[in-house]
Design a protein. Structure first.
Lengths: 514, 407
């Protein structure tokens, strides 16, 4: 049945080839051209197009490899000056390359399914946790629309991450570490979850034994393991960054990889804490203006919702600097990392910490893209088929996270596609998880259910009602604002709930042991 | 544009899809819910209908209503069935292809109940329902005779001038029709006059329909009815004079209904029917959806019905036929293998021809090479299928079904 699922989703992806693609398509075409034509020393300096190379070197090598296949499809796409070049062969090649590299993702899902054992052996295939997990991962709505419509290469990157998680679950630590190191040099956004990996490997691999009560046995520190891990990391980094260090280009590469000139929020606010912060700021501004607490002349004209990506100032609440976001993220990660250190519960504890790190960084990061919610959703799927509590949190996070991805596809022909796919995925996830955990308490409280049901009127308002009203010209950002604020509430709630459940679980385990 | 396509989808959702789902759940063979849903999935994935309705753009209402008609008849709700079919007929006159089986089946049912008494009552009730439904549909046009004549003239363009214009131009070579395929070899219009051509096609169609219809009137059974739908539509498609490529859908949808009984032949037929529409699909730029949906349909059918195991004579419903032939032919031992290899051969041929049509330019001397080859191959397949379906109907007797019940 696994093959049937994989084949089915691949067919669906093939059918999505002519759909709308975003500017990311041109980005990748540009990178194909850059890596194909220019020597290594020019890769991070090339700036003919506005979409400069801002992924780590391994991804650049990947594009280089792709470009060698691309020249058989349409050589003209490899000319750097051909900005926004989109022949049919180009579209077909790039889309097909995403579908093809998803093979790695499919393999990783298969490995993850092997790590998951259901508590009860179900007779019907449709009720097995492995089947449900396979569907939730392979047919993940967010991944489908981000990768195959909006166009990105997240499939195989998430494949690498899931594969490394699977390897860690199978206690093949070195492979897991190697895969993660490689992944980090493909896309540096995964640095968000690096603390989880670091602490877990240190705790469970370098200290090879625990005391009777589960706490750390300092004496079991294994130098060999540490050196092996260090060797792997250094080797991978040398392989990727080595050539650039030799050429003395490291500062340029770093500046390209971490562009802090971009504002706190994207043009469309990712549903994180700063979206709520901005909303409160805006509300207070309007309130202050109405009650004449504030001077209208002092407020800058450019509002944060103007749609441009710049640095902005908040009017009422204090402005947020990159350093502040870093400190906030760090503080929010600390509790989960401490939990992992002091009371590791094996792979499951590691997964929980991973999800929490990803979510916390999503909540407080600088210039977070809403696509980063996938970083938390996919690992959470692994947890959701094992425990009812996690399943409830997963349902909330997934539904709101996927809903927040809607503004990425704003063209009319994609509207039926995204609504239908979202409905399909949401209905399936709800019904399958409910039937999997039907013997336990209901997964969602009535408040949560009402919150999720309100997404439907919100969507109707944003897509159908609002464009027909006269407010569209004056306040074009209102649908985006509503979507991101509403989803931010859901994401924050899921984050807090997950944190509380992890912390209370640890405390209860510790009490049991004592 | 998006709105139009969305309206097709809504129409599909309201009429066709519920009919398919209810039909699958009402079949006696699909006892479990799972089997029924798999059957429904296979039917709904039929590439031809998806591509023509949502790609080429047409409303699936007529086929949907005809399907409702079949559904009602399977529950023995004859009146509702006739109403549904009249609606279908008044939506698109192409449904006349299906009218003969409906007529013969209902007539046969009336005869079975005895011409005096219950049968006559049923006959009058059905006739009354048909007349009333037609009247309701045609009411706005019934103001005067001239309007009705105008509507009829538009529906059936047999005006002298238009008729002769159609006759004098040779039929387009890319239709999987007997006359079109024959016209490649011999120019019929040089041999016989247009009037004779029309009479000839009428006669041949009628002759090919006759056995099935007589059998259906004499022995009305639901199974025979469904098979008759297929063979009549197929006969009309093959032997009519002016026919559109899309008319093959009128034969494919009934085949979808019997996919449960003869999965192997049904899958084969449905693949060929979609393949026969390839020139039309290529013109609409639907190559990629065509490839993907064909592959998806084939894999779903192979997976759900395991068609490659069900190729014996009994599975193909040819048991009675083979019993009567046993004296004459002795190669039935390797029948499944022959059938399987024929299937693989034909699928490979279709695949190769699809790729060629899409990728390669035809030689200068024969610009229509690929559409013509597609249509000739489809025509040959359809002839074989016609023979097969007729054989199944004619040799299907109550004895064989009793034997099945005993064993």
């Amino acid at each position: 049945w696994f093959r049937a699922l994989a084949l089915g989703v691949s067919f669906l992806k093939c059918l999505l080839i002519p759909a709308y693609y975003s500017t990311d398509f041109e980005v990748h075409r540009n990178w194909l051209a850059i890596t194909h034509n220019l020597p290594l020393s020019q890769w991070y300096y090339e700036a003919t197009s506005e979409w400069t190379l801002d992924y780590p070197p391994f991804f650049a090598w990947f594009e280089y490899a792709l470009s060698h296949v691309a020249k058989y499809f349409d050589p003209k796409m490899l000319v750097i000056e051909n900005l926004n070049y989109t022949s049919r062969a180009t579209i077909f090649f790039q889309r097909f390359s995403v579908i093809f590299t998803d093979i790695l993702f499919i393999y990783a899902v298969r490995e993850c399914c092997r790590c998951v054992n259901g508590k009860r052996a179900a007779k019907d295939i449709l009720e097995k946790p492995t089947f449900i997990l396979a569907v939730l991962l392979l047919w993940n709505f967010g991944l489908l629309i981000v990768d195959h419509i909006h166009f990105q290469y997240n499939g195989f990157l998430f494949g690498l991450m899931l594969l490394s998680v699977a390897r860690l679950c199978q206690k093949r630590y070195l492979e897991g570490a190697l895969l993660f190191a490689v992944l980090l040099h493909f896309k540096h956004i995964y640095i968000y979850v690096a603390p989880a990996y670091g602490i877990y490997l240190l705790r469970s691999y370098c200290f090879t034994a625990n005391n009777a009560d589960g706490s750390l046995k300092w004496r079991s520190f294994s130098f060999l393991h540490v050196t092996l891990l260090g060797l792997i990391v250094c080797l991978v980094s040398a392989l990727s960054l080595g050539p650039f260090i030799v050429l003395g280009q490291l500062p340029q590469v770093i500046s390209r990889l971490f562009p802090f000139k971009r504002g706190l929020c994207h043009a469309y606010w990712a549903p994180n804490f700063w979206a709520l912060y901005n909303a409160v700021d805006k509300a207070l501004t309007i309130f202050g203006l109405k009650c004449n607490f504030l001077d209208p002349t002092k407020i800058p004209k450019a509002s944060m919702t103007g749609g441009l990506v710049q640095e902005f100032q908040h009017t009422v609440l204090p402005s947020v600097t990159p350093l502040a976001t870093l400190i906030c993220s760090f503080i929010s990660i600390l509790p989960s990392v401490f939990c992992l250190w002091f009371k590791p519960q094996g792979p499951r504890g590691f997964l929980q910490c991973l999800v929490l790190c990803a979510l916390s960084s999503f909540m407080f990061g600088w210039h977070v893209h809403e696509k980063a919610i996938l970083l938390a959703i996919l690992p959470l799927s692994l947890l959701s088929v094992q425990r009812a509590k996690d399943a409830g949190i997963y349902l909330i996070l997934t539904t709101t996270g996927h809903f927040s991805l809607f503004p990425l596809l704003f063209t009319p022909p994609e509207l039926p596609i995204k609504i239908l796919l979202m409905l399909l995925f949401t209905v399936y996830s709800f019904s399958s998880l409910k039937s999997l955990f039907r013997r336990e308490r209901p997964l969602l409280t009535w408040l949560e259910t009402i919150y999720l049901l309100q997404l439907v009127p919100l969507e109707i308002f944003c897509e159908i009602v609002f464009p027909l009203t006269p407010w569209k010209r004056h306040f074009p950002f209102v649908p985006l604002l509503l979507t991101s604020v509403y989803c931010a509430l859901g994401v924050t709630y899921a984050w807090l709930k997950l944190y509380i459940s992890v912390l209370t679980e640890r405390i209860s385990v510790r009490q049991k042991v004592e | 544009k998006v709105h139009l396509y969305f309206s097709v989808f809504v129409a599909d959702l309201l009429v066709y899809i519920p009919a398919v789902i209810l039909y699958c759940f009402s079949l006696k063979e699909t006892s479990t819910k799972k089997k029924a849903s798999i059957c429904a999935l296979c039917i709904l994935l039929y590439p031809g209908l998806i591509l023509i309705d949502h790609g080429h753009f047409q409303y699936p209402l007529s086929l949907g209503f005809a399907l409702w008609g079949v559904l009602y008849l399977s529950y023995d709700w004859d009146l509702l069935g006739s109403v549904a079919f009249c609606l279908a007929l008044n939506y698109k006159q192409m449904e006349l292809y299906h009218s003969l089986p409906f007529f013969c089946y209902l007539l046969g049912k009336c005869f079975k109940k005895g011409l005096k008494g219950k049968g006559l009552v049923l006959l009058t009730k059905i006739a009354g329902t048909v007349v009333v439904s037609f009247a309701v549909c045609w009411l706005p046009f019934c103001t005067d005779m001239e309007q009705i004549m105008q509507v009829l003239r538009r529906l059936f363009p047999i005006d002298r001038g238009l008729f002769e214009a159609c006759m004098f131009s040779s039929p387009p070579p890319h239709l999987a029709n007997i006359w079109c395929s024959l016209s490649v070899l011999i120019k019929i219009k040089n041999i016989v006059s247009p009037q004779t051509q029309l009479k000839l096609s009428f006669a041949v169609t009628f002759l090919s329909l006759l056995p099935t219809c007589i059998k259906l009137t004499v022995q009305p059974s639901l199974r025979g009815f469904k098979f008759a739908l297929v063979s009549c539509a197929l006969s009309f498609f093959l032997f009519s004079f002016q026919v559109h490529e899309k008319s093959i859908l009128l034969a494919s949808v009934p085949v979808c209904l019997i996919i449960n009984e003869i999965p192997f032949m049904a899958t084969w037929f449905l693949l060929v029917s979609t393949f026969s529409m390839l020139p039309l699909l290529l013109k609409d730029g639907l190559l990629l959806p065509y490839a993907v949906t064909m592959l998806a349909f084939l894999s779903v059918c192979v997976a759900s019905f395991s068609i490659f195991e069900k190729t014996s004579a009994e599975d193909l419903q040819l048991k009675p036929f083979s019993l009567s032939l046993k004296g004459y032919v002795s190669w039935f031992k390797s029948f499944p293998k022959i059938v399987r290899s024929l299937f693989l051969l034909s699928v490979t041929l279709m695949g190769i021809l699809s790729v060629l049509s899409a990728a390669v330019h035809p030689p200068q001397r024969l610009p229509d090479l690929f559409p013509v080859s597609v249509s000739i191959i489809s025509c040959l397949h359809f002839l074989l299928f016609l023979v097969y379906f007729n054989v199944v109907i004619l040799w299907d007797s109550k004895n064989s079904r009793n034997q099945k019940k005993i064993s």
